[in-house]
Design a protein around this ligand. Structure first.
Ligand SMILES: [Zn+2]
Length: 111
């Protein structure tokens, strides 16, 4: 299976740049990335209502609010210096580790 390279990773802070959460420059932390589906779950964004069956954890069942998936193409890495969603370049550090660098200000995300 060909794995598409993901520009966001778990624990990244991302900005939503398209889709129904795009208004108002919303940012959040990536909780989970699903490379196979090119989707991610971002903390506090894109809530969906999910119906729960009755279970031990939810004895009454009912409807819970939960983060839904967002297409990764709708997310940009959020640069704390630029205070905006930015494009990143890949750079190889002295230790051979590949980091992502903000193309605008040079901030390293993985340093
Ligand atoms: Zn920057």
């Amino acid at each position: 299976m060909a794995t598409t390279h993901m520009h966001v990773r778990r624990n990244d802070i991302v900005l939503v740049c398209a889709g129904r959460e795009a208004e108002g420059k919303k940012t959040g932390k990536v909780l989970q990335v699903m490379p196979g589906k090119a989707k991610a779950i971002v903390e506090g964004l894109n809530f969906i209502h999910k119906t729960m069956r009755k279970s031990q954890d939810h004895p009454k069942g009912g409807i819970i609010k939960k983060e839904g998936t967002i297409a990764i193409s709708n997310l940009m890495l959020f640069c704390p210096h630029c205070k905006d969603g930015v494009r990143v370049a890949r750079v190889r550090g002295e230790n051979g580790k590949v980091s992502r660098k903000c193309k605008q200000c040079g901030h390293l995300f993985d340093g």
